[in-house]
Design a protein around this ligand. Structure first.
Ligand code: ADP
Ligand code: ZN
Ligand code: MG
Length: 485
């Protein structure tokens, strides 16, 4: 298919994202949520769905879900209702999932994403609802896998929020940016680790295409099994082309659920799309309506940290950072807090930003260390930057001092003092070296005076060398010009 044909169409995408809440225990029982326990050991009558066992809602789950919803700018309902979503699958012992249906926890939110061209775009969040996770069927890795499927129910009853977006996304890279920002927001408020490898962040994509300019949406297909950011992008790109080719060759997209197979990079039809009525939703009779009183809501909101969008804006307007740098420095809560402390200690926020993103990040990476284990504290890095900004040391010298701070944990001032590295800004001392350099290099001095002024670079270099790099380069330059007349 020619790129021109593809360009005639506009993709329309909506994402359904499941986020595992980072509670210690499950949503309706006290079983632990930890990963990696022996199969079927973190279970009890409630999460096994044994007759007569009753669910009790975990208070922390509600608090985290509300924080997540607020981070997505949603309106939280004062009263929401749990509903049974009935379906039959070996990893679902109750025969239904406890979810929310027509009165979800929160609605009407949005996420602002950063586009490749530096602009931003608002993606609507339709709803955020609470639900419990199912168990896990294991089809491979057993002696008799050809005949049996094994089931591990440790995960049943793990608390999830499902975040449904509006069909506002128009490309695979917008989808990528949306999921990136959503993950960042959830991690920032401590609601989830969003570790995709452990299934803490899972994404299904709804995709359709329409002719550019058309008003009506096309028929959508739902693509499942997108368990990495890369796969999300690849699967969407594949699915968009598949639908355009289908339509261009006179076919029609059918509403169905498709599975992405990363090994071949293609999506496959899994089943025809189920509809809400297939699930026979009805209000969960074992749970009361979930009421969130204004006082409780206010407490939850007060416990929220400052989020990346607000931090970015503040770093740009207050510290004069470039948007790109503000973005990089708000990738984790730890990094943003480290940077802010360093910036305040340095008196030169842009300088501090460069050091955090440059030498510090490189040293952390080289040693495989987390920011929390950095031997150079934010205040120490700030002090180093302040020394450069005030002319106490040159930037070049600072590059040599930093590794010493890293290996000893000492402050820049201590190292500078001990090793006698302070920048020489004493006019008399510099003039003395200049006189020596002029006397030792008569040929270059003649050349300069004869009009070859570029030779001053050589002479300044000699002074820097003689001062072991400690002379203030600007001052040397000025004084050298004066001395040469
Ligand atoms: P369903 O009733 O099939 O579950 P919903 O209207 O609840 O569909 O939407 C589910 C998801 O699909 C949402 O994320 C929504 O944004 C997205 N969506 C809805 N219609 C389309 C469409 N025509 N093309 C792409 N995505 C869509
Ligand atoms: Zn349990
Ligand atoms: Mg729906």
């Amino acid at each position: 298919m020619s790129p021109g044909t593809l360009d005639k169409y506009e993709p329309v995408i909506g994402l359904e994202v499941h986020v595992q809440l980072a509670t210690r225990t499950k949503i309706f029982c006290a079983c632990p949520t930890g990963f990696g326990a022996p199969p079927n050991t973190n279970v009890c009558p409630v999460c096994l769905g044994l007759p007569g066992a009753l669910p009790v809602l975990n208070r922390r789950v509600v608090e985290m879900a509300v924080q997540g919803a607020l981070a997505l700018n949603c309106q939280v309902r004062g009263e929401s209702i749990f509903a049974r979503k009935n379906y039959f699958y070996p990893d679902l012992p109750k025969g239904y999932q406890i979810s929310q249906y027509d009165r979800p926890l929160a609605e009407h939110g949005h996420v602002d994403i950063l586009l490749d061209d530096g602009g931003s775009k608002r993606i609507g969040v339709t709803r955020v609802h609470l639900e419990d996770d199912a168990g896990k069927s294991m089809h491979e890795g057993f002696r008799d896998s050809d005949r049996y499927t094994y089931v591990d129910l440790n995960r049943t009853g793990t608390p999830l929020i499902e975040i449904v977006s509006e069909p506002d996304i128009r490309s695979s890279s917008e989808a990528y940016a949306y999921l990136t920002e959503l993950k960042l927001l959830m991690q920032f408020c401590g609601v989830s680790t969003c570790d995709m490898e452990k299934g803490h962040l899972r994404c299904d994509a709804n995709v359709s295409v329409r002719l550019r300019g058309a008003e009506k949406f096309g028929t959508k297909a739902e693509v499942k099994n997108l368990n990495s950011f890369r796969f999300l992008k690849q699967a969407l790109d594949y699915e968009i082309v598949r639908q355009v080719e289908l339509i261009e060759s006179g076919g029609r997209v059918v509403q169905e659920t498709r599975l992405y197979n990363p090994a071949v990079g293609e999506t496959f039809s899994m089943r025809s799309k189920e509809h809400a009525h297939d699930y026979r939703y009805f209000p969960e009779p074992d749970l009361l309506p979930l009421r969130i009183a204004p006082g409780w809501r206010a407490e939850i909101e007060a416990a929220m940290p400052e989020l990346p969008p607000a931090k970015r804006a503040r770093f740009i307007s207050g510290f004069g950072l470039r948007p790109y740098d503000a973005d990089v420095l708000t990738q984790t809560r730890e990094m943003s807090e480290y940077f802010e402390r360093a910036a305040n200690a340095s008196g030169d926020p842009r300088g501090a930003a460069n050091w955090v993103m440059g030498d510090l990040a490189a040293a952390l990476k080289a040693d495989g260390k987390e920011l929390a284990d950095s031997p150079v504290s934010a205040e120490q890095l700030g002090e180093l930057v302040a020394l450069i900004a005030k002319g106490g040391i040159s930037g070049k010298l600072a590059k040599e001092i930093f590794p010493k701070m890293w290996s000893t944990g000492e402050s820049a001032a201590v190292i500078v003092e001990r090793e006698g590295l302070r920048q020489i800004s004493d006019t008399g001392a510099i003039e003395k070296i200049i006189a020596e350099v002029i006397a030792a290099n008569p040929k270059q001095v003649d050349q300069y005076r004869g009009g070859k002024t570029a030779v001053i670079g050589f002479l300044v270099g000699q002074v820097m060398k003689a001062s072991r790099g400690q002379a203030n380069p600007q001052l040397v330059n000025d004084l050298m010009k004066k001395a040469l007349g």
